[in-house]
Design a binder for this molecule. Structure first.
Ligand code: FES
Length: 578
């Protein structure tokens, strides 16, 4: 260890020859820890979101073992600890409800324990932001290891993408185009191995965001979950975590405004999920970086989408890795002066550009397209504003129908998700392909957790006519595996008194992505009168964590974090004696 090694945090627990040191060491020794282990080895927490109820993270015990090998090889002491595992597929009503809870668990677990640095084992959608948020609030040396994507799904001899195929099969089944047997056969072929959804859904997007932010080693995002190179990466990340402690390379040195701007650019290039807008804002807030919705317009809009992955394109994460993964995308962006801050520091101590400048790109520009031949010329996230969304709304152009991105139509209104479900397939519903489906009360407070219901399925009678897309507007989120011309995250939400609450059946609405406009075509006076007429929602008294959530969650433009969690509180704990 060099003289420059900062004092170890863990020495506050184990470093003293007194009563406190005795107690802290003694209980740990019941695990067979020899005395010399306490003599200045960096203690690396392995923050594990393993759970059999989070299928995407169910292989994390094996990954943790490989991290431990790396930590030990580098002279550290690995200690694995569990945190709340907010898995997307099983948790009701939505894993987003517990993202902040998980982040609190992570923050307090890190700060309260003798941990010098931490390896964050993340995978399923919300686990990556939750762990980064919690670790950022402590500002310790931290490195992300994601679980990696599943192998390609297979159905009738073809590749199928996790999540995306669910929407497709459901709509085909509803329209009477496929049998129940075929529906079930696709279900069986979708999830063939350990790992996260293999499309560019939210999990893959957030894995790419972690890599673009510089918080993981290169290639972390795309190595398949069951590829032995994932274990090598876990091993190397364990080694690196020990070195980061010795170098005092804390998250605040990596998670800078520049890093977030790089991530926004990368999100556009990969055709990433709209959920990244919310999660990056929440992570930035925890480390004291001021990130605004308009940064997505300034940095992201106009960036060509290069990665041809579902749901925007054709391929899956396996092909993405074989084509060179995120380093190849970054190289392509960098060679075209499209990385805003190539010098941004990453967890391996090198700059983003140093890491990727010689990365190979394979496969005839099919999966990772050439700048001159992008999947979408004008990618990124479209931020919309107007009298219908004063604090903003978002739309993902690469998942939308170009012809609908400038559209004027009449509203078909659903006051909430239950009403949507009850009415959408009513043969009497007055709706045409030009209508705009509007759903209210599905925002952070209205549907606590802001469920992924914004990509409302189309009316069965229109599907049967061959309609494949319509403009949809809500204060909800959308799964990263979904697609369509879908306006999301309308803020303020209806349940917080936003103008969305005032939309009535038959109102004309104008959407114009090019100018970023979302307009309810009524006068200001009429809008104000309608809003004044709406009874303020009764304060929900449901108790428990959901009460805390409703009372403290901020709007989508603020990342849906709790108001009292914003900011970096550091890793210091008051010393106490028993
Ligand atoms: Fe876990 Fe998709 S459900 S990554």
């Amino acid at each position: 260890m060099s003289d420059k090694t900062p004092p170890l945090r863990s020495a506050q627990w184990f470093g003293s020859a007194d009563k406190n040191g005795f107690m802290y060491r003694s209980w740990m020794k019941n695990q067979g820890i020899p005395d010399h282990q306490f003599q200045g080895k960096p203690i690396i927490g392995i923050c594990n979101t393993w759970s059999e109820l989070t299928p995407c993270n169910a292989h994390f015990r094996t990954i943790a073992e490989h991290v431990k090998r790396g930590v030990i090889e580098a002279g550290g002491w690995p200690v694995e600890f569990p945190v709340f595992s907010n898995g997307e597929s099983n948790l009701r009503p939505t894993a987003m409800l517990t993202r902040n809870l998980a982040s609190m668990d992570v923050e307090e677990a890190i700060r309260g324990n003798p941990i010098d640095g931490v390896v964050l084992l993340t995978g399923c959608d919300k686990t990556t932001p939750a762990l980064l948020m919690g670790a950022a609030s402590c500002d310790v040396p931290a490195i992300v290891v994601t679980g990696g994507p599943m192998l390609n799904g297979k159905h009738k001899g073809k590749d199928i993408g996790a999540g995306t195929i669910v929407w497709q099969m459901h709509e085909s089944y509803k329209a009477g185009n496929i049998s129940l047997d075929e529906f079930l056969s696709a279900e069986a072929g979708m999830s063939r191995s350990a790992g996260t959804c293999n499309t560019m859904g939210t999990a893959s997007t957030m894995a790419c965001m972690a890599e673009a932010l510089g918080t993981s080693l290169p290639h972390n995002a795309a190595i398949p979950a069951v590829d032995s190179r994932r274990y090598v990466l876990a091993h190397m990340s364990g080694m690196r975590a020990v070195e980061m402690v010795r170098e005092d390379l804390r998250l605040s040195k990596v998670l800078t405004k520049e890093a977030f701007e790089n991530a926004i650019r990368v999100n556009a290039a990969i055709g990433g999920s709209t959920n990244a807008v919310i999660h990056l804002k929440a992570i930035a807030g925890r480390i004291g970086v001021d990130l605004e919705l308009d940064d997505w317009t300034r940095i992201g809009r106009g960036t060509p989408t290069l990665v041809d992955l579902q749901p925007s394109g054709r391929f899956l994460m396996e092909e993405f890795y074989y084509a060179g993964g995120l380093p190849a995308v970054l190289r392509r962006l960098g060679e075209n002066n499209l990385i805003p801050h190539p010098d941004a520091l990453t967890v391996n101590g090198k700059s983003l550009w140093e890491n990727v400048k010689n990365s190979p790109i394979y496969g005839d520009d099919e999966v990772i397209r050439a700048i001159e031949n992008p999947l979408v010329a004008d990618g990124g996230i479209c931020v919309l504003r107007g009298n219908l969304a004063p604090l903003g709304a978002v739309l993902k152009p690469s998942a939308a129908t170009p012809a609908l991105m400038k559209h004027r139509g009449q509203a078909v209104v659903f006051e909430n998700f239950d009403m949507y479900k009850a009415r959408i397939n009513d043969p009497e519903l007055e709706v045409t392909a030009d209508s705009i489906l509007v759903m209210k009360n599905c925002g952070p407070k209205g549907y606590p957790g802001m469920a992924e219901v914004g990509n409302m399925g189309l009316p069965a009678k229109l599907l049967a006519q061959g309609v494949t897309d319509m403009v949809r507007i809500s204060d909800a989120r959308m799964s990263g595996t979904a697609y369509g011309t879908v306006v999301l995250h309308v803020a303020p939400e209806a349940a917080a008194g936003g103008p969305l609450a005032a939309v009535q059946e038959g109102d004309w609405i104008e959407l114009d992505c090019a100018s970023g406009r979302l307009h309810l075509d009524i006068s200001d006076a009429e809008l104000a009168a309608r809003l004044a007429d709406i009874e303020p929602p009764q304060k929900l008294l449901i108790g428990g964590y959901r009460q805390l959530y409703i009372d403290h969650v901020m709007q989508a433009d603020q990342g849906c974090d709790f108001d009292f969690l914003v900011g970096c509180r550091g890793s210091e704990v008051p010393r106490h004696s028993h």
